[in-house]
Write a protein that binds this ligand. Structure first.
Ligand SMILES: NC(=O)c1ccc[n+]([C@@H]2O[C@H](COP(=O)([O-])OP(=O)(O)OC[C@H]3O[C@@H](n4cnc5c(N)ncnc54)[C@H](O)[C@@H]3O)[C@@H](O)[C@H]2O)c1
Length: 436
């Protein structure tokens, strides 16, 4: 029996061991899914603290419960920093970060670092799947040669696929299991083995003809969002100048049963995907002499949104005879979107910095962040403000940056002097609310 058929048999019979590298927003839900289906799962991460926490059955992500982690541990899930343990695995799934560097170019150092650390421990008969978002060609140009350099033969001894994650943290309608999964293989045998692996845990697997097609599929999805958010942000500014309610217009347009998808404006793009991934394609397209103008334009409009919010906020303060310098501004929500505990690339933080730089006294309230987290790029030594009547009334302006459901919007409207609403949470005209 050929090697990939033996592997498929092990996937279908649940005797396969699955190693997941990178236990973050993408890796952890996969750990749980494979564990639920009866696979022995190894979780590998370089972060010792995370490994210790997970080994103790504790979750480090808000929307993943500790009881689910504990159930996986009881079922045999082991977290470790020892990457040599990939030797035990039949399938190795890479879910490590793919950020941009300071020149806004792809930073593949986590992916390449991980591959370089595992290849010495790999053996024939394994499948490797890359899930991290990246530009077309990464699997072929970066992963394949590194595996081949240690004598592994792709499509014969070793099976290589790219299968992008489509996780949407906080989405109550779709779960890891019910979100269809794209898989592209380096060879037909690779694709067969990869699709067989994911079919054990995902309801619908969608095979595509190559790893490059799978890589570009993921980018198209995120670019589609970035561009449409850019468009609606531009429409917001036009509508505002014309005195038209953009939310009324979007809701009305969304009644069209075909050909229109509603996107909503906001204070800027956040999260790990939408502000970052499109530029992976921009960078790679240059190699082919193509200039990705839609992506650049959307990026330009979306990243100008915090300045638009600042202008509206200053206008609102000015009308009340107040200068920003020395004013107390309370920012609601520092997560990048509602109801999540993730503040990567959050526009709220950009706004907080702009406010501070203008001399305002900035505070924040966010039920998901009792303390402002320590990050490399931002330094605020702040704790979340409790939304009491006094705190609201005592602020010169309340900036609604992230509309968590946990906020008491009626109370905020009743006590705040001025609310700058960047999310369209207040649909009725109120004397103390301005849209931004
Ligand atoms: N968060 C999302 O919703 C989402 C959705 C789709 C795709 N993605 C993509 O998935 C990938 C992972 O994103 P994430 O949000 O899970 O990131 P994350 O930061 O939550 O998790 C990444 C994990 O990888 C670990 N790690 C880093 N380098 C490592 C190494 N060399 N070896 C082992 N572990 C290492 C980190 O410690 C961390 O625990 C990215 O490419 C991202 O673009 C994310």
């Amino acid at each position: 029996m050929s090697s990939h058929l033996r592997l498929i048999e092990r996937f279908e019979g649940r005797s396969a061991v699955v190693a997941i590298i990178g236990l973050g927003y993408v890796g952890l839900p996969l750990v749980l899914r494979f564990s639920e289906e009866g696979f022995r799962v190894l979780g590998l991460d370089i972060d010792q603290r995370k490994v210790d926490q997970l080994s103790a059955g504790k979750s480090n992500i808000e929307h993943i419960s500790s009881s689910d982690i504990a159930a996986a541990v009881a079922a045999g899930f082991e977290a470790t920093t020892d990457l040599s343990r990939v030797a035990e695995a039949d399938a190795i799934i890479l879910c490590v970060p793919t950020p941009l560097n300071k020149y806004r170019e792809p930073d593949l150092s986590y992916v390449i670092g991980t591959v370089d650390s595992i290849v010495p421990h790999m053996r024939p008969g394994q499948l490797v799947s890359l899930e991290s978002t990246t530009y077309p060609g990464t699997t072929e140009e970066e992963l394949r040669p590194r595996l081949e350099a240690v004598g592994l033969v792709i499509g014969e001894t070793t099976f290589l696929v790219y299968s992008p994650e489509r996780e949407d943290p906080g989405n109550a309608t779709y779960s890891t299991r019910t979100i269809p999964k794209i898989v592209g293989g380096a060879t037909p045998a690779c694709l067969e083995a990869g699709a067989a692996l994911y079919r054990q845990v995902i309801d619908r697997v969608v095979p595509v003809s190559s790893t490059q097609a799978a890589e570009l599929t993921k980018l198209l999805e995120n670019i589609h969002r970035a561009v449409n958010i850019g468009l609606v942000n531009e429409m917001k500014i036009v509508a505002d100048r014309m005195g038209i309610d953009i939310y009324e217009v979007i809701d009305a347009a969304a009644t069209k049963p075909f050909g229109f998808v509603p996107y909503y404006p906001g204070p800027g793009l956040g999260g790990h995907c939408i502000p970052i991934d499109p530029f992976y394609l921009t960078w790679k397209a240059r190699e082919y002499g193509v200039h990705t103008r839609f992506i650049e334009l959307a990026g330009e409009i979306n990243s100008s949104m915090p300045d638009h919010v600042m202008t509206k906020l200053m206008g609102g303060m000015n009308k009340r005879g107040k200068a920003l310098k020395g004013s107390r501004i309370l920012v609601l929500g520092i997560a990048y979107k509602r109801n999540v505990d993730d503040m990567r690339e959050s526009p709220s933080v950009i706004l907080m910095e702009k406010l501070r730089d203008t001399g305002a006294e900035v505070s924040y309230s966010d039920p998901y962040f009792p303390h402002f987290p320590e990050t490399r790029d931002h330094d605020f030594t702040l704790s979340s403000t409790e939304l009491t009547e006094e705190a609201l009334a005592g602020s010169d302006c309340v900036l609604l940056a992230t509309d968590h459901d946990a906020f008491d919007y009626a109370k905020i409207a009743a006590h705040a002097q001025l609310i700058v609403d960047t999310r369209g949470r207040y649909r009725d005209a109120l004397p103390n609310v301005i849209r931004a």
